[in-house]
Design a protein around this ligand. Structure first.
Ligand code: FCB
Length: 461
């Protein structure tokens, strides 16, 4: 307490964008309604054995029908921004061709409602749900898919360019490439690691073409102030070697290279990391990089979104054919995902992003899954989540104090939802989703976050 009776709060810059995030397949449901096409996640989840207990996103949180209530929940939380993703197959059921007006109308209603409540819409164009029809033609192994993405993006910019101030092309291309095509744990469930570099190149190319389309479209919206911005969302997880042994240090560099530098370097330094090309060169098919591709990929963007949850501690492992590394479990607290609770990781992730670029940064995802229960009095007292969020926000605050231009923070997630191959077994929400009634129940963390937003700061611990 100070002499005025005020606590020493850690205050954030005025205008700091407090938000929460979701993704289309994880919350919308209505998987085949209003003309929506099948996505690779529909196909994957409908394939026995792919998702925990056979869970699917067919209904998910039924947000497609309950969007109005959900926006009301956001308003009650005092959210300044809401990050969501567009479902590509809702707009173009087969990936290209004629747009489905009912899909466009759904997002128009959502965006209008957000604006009516003064909540800034932050839209991601691709959060992993490729139209299955494009997968049938080879998916991201094919350069043509990148072209189709750019067309879809251009269409969305024409529809919503002026209403959405912040656009992200891709969410975590890392996961699409390595989990979708490498180990097959995510849709489309392909296990052909030799294609991973090609997939990465096409995802990044698609990003660059979309950014160019954005610039071209926005010249006709030049009256919109402030001008809408575009960026990309990367998973940035810090990596630490398990020991100072040179083999562990090298193994750690490879994991960091595969996860972080394979994306940061082409986007901001116009080249793929040499050491990774050398490492992968012996194992994987090298993508056909055409002249000009890296200029497209490295075209200037307006912000970088950082999704970060934990760190990884890595050691050398000759039995791992892909990276020659294994993760070393750490003592101490872990979340329901088995991820170490290590708040310093968010500071390190932001510093890593900053070492590549001076553009504004947003924490576009951060949060924790825990085994929440609804008590008989109807309350969900998720104190571990509050501690997690608080401690991570304190590190974001420190990054800002140290001079980093961090403009916002989005809690993952607004509500419990379909956690990919883990189905509904992991709860990340500020709101508890009761999957039998589809009711949302505010967890204690939701009330806590509401107060953080209202104060624009957190209490020091
Ligand atoms: C991120 C994803 C998000 C969610 C969280 C837990 O990698 O972008 O959809 O699954 O992890």
């Amino acid at each position: 307490m100070t002499e005025h009776g005020m606590t020493n709060q850690l205050l954030f810059p005025s205008g700091f964008l407090w938000g929460a995030a979701t993704a289309a397949y994880q919350i919308e449901g209505a998987w085949n309604e209003d003309g929506k096409g099948e996505s690779i996640w529909d196909r994957f989840a409908h394939t026995p054995g792919k998702v925990w207990r056979g869970d699917t996103g067919d209904v998910a949180c039924d947000h497609y029908h309950r969007w109005a209530e959900d926006v009301a929940e956001m308003a009650a939380l005092g959210l300044k921004a809401y990050r969501f993703s567009f479902s590509w197959p809702r707009i173009f059921p087969t990936g290209s061709g004629q747009p489905e007006q009912r899909g466009v109308d759904f997002y128009r209603r959502l965006i209008d409602a957000l604006q009516e409540h003064g909540i800034v819409p932050v839209a991601t164009l691709y959060h992993w749900d490729l139209p299955q029809a494009l997968q049938d033609r080879g998916g991201w192994v094919k350069r043509d898919t990148a072209q189709r993405f750019a067309e879809y993006a251009a269409y969305m910019f024409r529809q919503f360019g002026a209403e959405v101030p912040l656009w992200a092309t891709f969410n975590e291309p890392f996961c699409s490439a390595y989990f979708g095509y490498g180990n097959g744990t995510h849709a489309p469930g392909i296990r052909r690691p030799w294609h991973v570099l090609t997939v990465i190149h096409h995802l990044l190319l698609a990003h660059g073409w979309a950014v160019n389309a954005f610039r071209a479209t926005m010249t006709s919206h030049s009256a919109v102030q402030p001008a809408p911005a575009i960026g990309i969302v990367l998973a940035i997880w810090p990596h630490h070697p398990a020991s100072q042994n040179v083999r562990d240090i090298r193994a750690n560099q490879r994991v960091d290279g595969a996860m972080n530098r394979m994306f940061l370097e082409p986007l901001f330094r116009q080249r793929y990391p040499e050491d990774m090309l050398r490492h992968f060169g012996r194992r994987l098919i090298f993508p056909r990089i055409r002249s000009g591709d890296l200029d497209v990929i490295a075209c200037p963007i307006d912000f970088l979104g950082v999704n970060t949850y934990t760190r990884m501690v890595n050691a050398a492992d000759p039995f791992d054919l892909f990276l020659g590394a294994r993760q070393v479990a750490q003592p101490g607290a872990h979340t329901q995902m088995g991820w170490e609770v290590y708040p310093l990781s968010i500071y390190e992730a932001l510093q890593m992003a900053h070492s590549y670029t001076n553009i504004p940064l947003y924490v576009t995802e951060n949060g924790a899954a825990f085994e929440d229960v609804v008590a008989p009095d109807g309350r969900v007292s998720d104190l571990e989540r509050i501690a997690y969020l608080r401690d991570h926000l304190a590190e974001v605050h420190r990054a800002i104090r140290d001079g980093l231009d961090v403009r916002g923070y989005f809690a993952w997630s607004l509500m419990d939802n379909f956690e990919w191959n883990h189905g509904y077994s992991k709860r990340f929400g500020l709101l508890y989703t009761d999957y039998s009634t589809l009711k949302r129940i505010s967890k204690q963390s939701a009330y806590w976050y509401r107060d953080v937003i209202a104060r624009n700061g957190i209490e020091p611990s």
